[in-house]
Design a protein around this ligand. Structure first.
Ligand code: ATP
Ligand code: MG
Length: 367
């Protein structure tokens, strides 16, 4: 492989690669390593590894031994603490080399993100299977429902003179209507997305206008936008629906908590970009993120892992479909919604790819 090709490949690796000289100074590194250390190439190049990882003395001290033994060394659960980053668990491989001034080649892979990705993938498959099952069931219920309602209407016409019996047909018709409404919701958003170049702040603003118009005086809405987020390809209306469901849940969580409010209800809508983010099995160089944070009572622990499944609800009049529909709508735009409960802060994050990836697959073909 020619040097130019080798450099291009290393530049695009998701694995953080660092080359050290005989004095353990950084000679070279790739963008994934800059991201891992939270420092720019200019800040890292020429520095001792021990200066970049001051909290990992034992790890850095082993480098001399590895060079002496001249054997590849692997550490599986390294708790890495860089200067500006939180602690993270990585897998590290150190290979002694003698290529020009390069003496050691270090490769770091974030283990937590890898595990999280596998979990997210498994969950997405299960959620989709459940949605398909619920939809098929809904479809089967919908078919005879029309006939049932029609027959009850015919019967009602025959029973014009029997008011006491018509009461029964009215119950059948009303219940059939209620079921039809539920079934329509279960069948979910059937319209395929019509993607256009959109500005996500217009989506967020629209949702804010809608919920503000509905009152909710006890809730303070805050925004924190990153105005530099570029436009992205998505269906404007479907994104509004997806975000609205999440904001509505946040309002309901704040409004429905028992007893007087501990502190004023607050919902923050924040937008950011994020580099190198994997959704399903695709790695995106850049994604837009809409965070919806609220200081309500939080998601009950018993359902935290299931909230994106249809019909999971803790609310008296909830159908448990809001989040499942939102996830489906965002998935259709190539994105994903994840949820974090951090102490008293409930956070939903909508990730949306900014450039559509062409060559950036992690493995296999996307369905
Ligand atoms: N911001 C939040 N804070 C606390 N709990 C939440 C929040 N968002 C969702 N939940 C929990 O997740 C459940 C599922 O939400 P989802 O929107 O899917 O259904 P729902 O709100 O119960 O009913 P629907 O949206 O169909 O009217 C809710 O019943 C609630 O228990
Ligand atoms: Mg809801």
């Amino acid at each position: 492989m020619g040097p130019e090709r080798a450099i291009a490949i290393i530049e695009h690796l998701r694995t953080a690669v660092v080359c050290l000289d005989d004095e353990n100074r950084v000679l070279d590194l790739n963008p994934a390593a800059e991201l891992l250390f939270g420092l720019s190439e200019r800040q890292i190049r020429g520095e001792q590894l021990a200066a970049i990882l001051p909290h990992n003395r034992a790890f850095c001290a082993q480098l001399e031994n590895i060079k002496l033994q001249d054997r590849v060394y692997m550490e599986h659960n390294l708790h890495l603490r860089c200067l500006r980053q939180d602690e993270m668990i990585v897998e590290c491989t150190i290979t002694p080399l003698r290529v020009g001034a390069i003496r050691l080649l270090l490769e770091f892979i974030k283990v937590e993100r890898q595990l999280q990705l596998t979990r997210e993938e498994n969950r997405a498959v299960l959620e989709q299977a459940t949605r398909i099952m619920v939809r098929s069931l809904a479809h089967e219920i919908k078919n005879p429902l029309g006939g049932l309602r029609g027959a009850a209407q015919l019967l009602a016409q025959q029973l014009k003179e029997h008011a006491e019996l018509r009461e029964h047909t009215e119950i059948i018709i009303a219940e059939a209507d209620r079921l039809k409404h539920l079934v329509d919701e279960l069948l979910g958003p059937l319209r395929p997305p019509h993607p256009n170049l959109i500005n996500i702040h217009r989506v967020v603003d629209r949702v804010l206008t809608l919920v503000r118009a509905a009152g909710h005086r006890h809730v303070v809405f805050q925004t924190d936008y990153d105005p530099s987020i570029p436009e992205l390809e998505a269906d404007h209306e479907q994104l509004i629906q997806a975000l609205l469901n999440i904001v509505q849940n946040a309002i309901e969580a704040i409004s429905e908590q028992p007893g007087p409010l501990q502190s004023p209800g607050r919902i923050l809508l924040r937008t950011r970009t994020q580099r190198h983010f994997a959704i399903a099995n695709r790695l995106h160089r850049l994604v837009a993120r809409i965070d919806i944070l609220n200081n309500g009572p939080g998601i009950p622990e018993s359902i935290r892992d299931q909230i994106f499944y249809p019909m999971v609800t803790t609310r008296h009049h909830g159908s448990g479909l809001g989040l499942s529909i939102s996830q489906e709508l965002v998935r259709r735009q190539g994105g994903v919604i994840v949820c974090d409960q951090d102490g008293s802060e409930t956070c939903f994050r909508i990730y949306l790819p900014i450039q559509q990836p062409h060559k950036e697959r992690l493995h296999g073909d996307a369905p």
